[in-house]
Design a protein around this ligand. Structure first.
Ligand code: ZN
Length: 185
């Protein structure tokens, strides 16, 4: 559980640290607002992908399913700054599929916490393999990191792309190419 009192204290210290006046009108409510905001931003820590991925439907069709352009917002754990973009998830069912909204929910579980993009990409793929047990999964995440574009090397609009493959997708160029073809349709 998020400890709101600790966050409030930390934000006060941060504001003092940058030389701000805690009693300035615009800042009086800020520690409280940020504490409540973190409850939501880090809400994924309280959730499990299992509850979303275990509601499945039986199908005969074992062709690739691609859910693309799943918009997400997360927080870089190195700078506590947002990174955001789109996740694309493909899987090859093994007799069962999951409701499409559940894939978006799964992305949220892992996005709503302090993250590293590459790690999040792998966690989504692993959760799919563990709870849905398809024949293969491929996850591609493209995101802009504010810690890169707002500060440091400042390359606005530059994106980081990460990829994770599991099961049949691993080392299978043909399937991976099909993923990208479907992505660009
Ligand atoms: Zn960062």
């Amino acid at each position: 559980m998020v400890n709101q009192e600790k966050i409030k204290e930390a934000v006060k210290l941060l504001l003092e640290g940058i030389g701000e006046d805690l009693n300035r009108e615009g800042l009086v409510e800020t520690p409280d607002r940020i504490a409540r905001m973190y409850e939501e931003i880090c809400g994924g820590m309280e959730e499990s992908a299992k509850e979303h991925l275990s509601k499945t439907f039986t199908v005969d069709n074992d062709e690739m399913v691609l859910e693309k352009d799943i918009v997400f917002y997360s927080m870089c754990e190195h700078h506590l700054m947002p990174f955001y973009g789109k996740a694309h998830i493909a899987y090859i069912p093994d007799g069962k599929v999951v409701g499409l909204s559940k894939l978006a929910r799964t992305v949220e579980v892992f996005a709503k916490r302090l993250q590293i993009q590459e790690q999040m990409t792998g966690q989504i793929a692993d959760a799919m393999m563990e709870h849905l047990a398809p024949r293969g999964v491929m996850v591609v995440v493209e995101a802009e990191h504010l810690c890169m574009t707002m500060r440091g090397i400042k390359k606005p609009g530059s994106k980081t792309v990460s990829i994770a493959t599991r099961g049949m997708f691993e080392g299978n160029d043909e399937l991976q190419n099909r993923f990208f073809q479907m992505l660009n349709m």
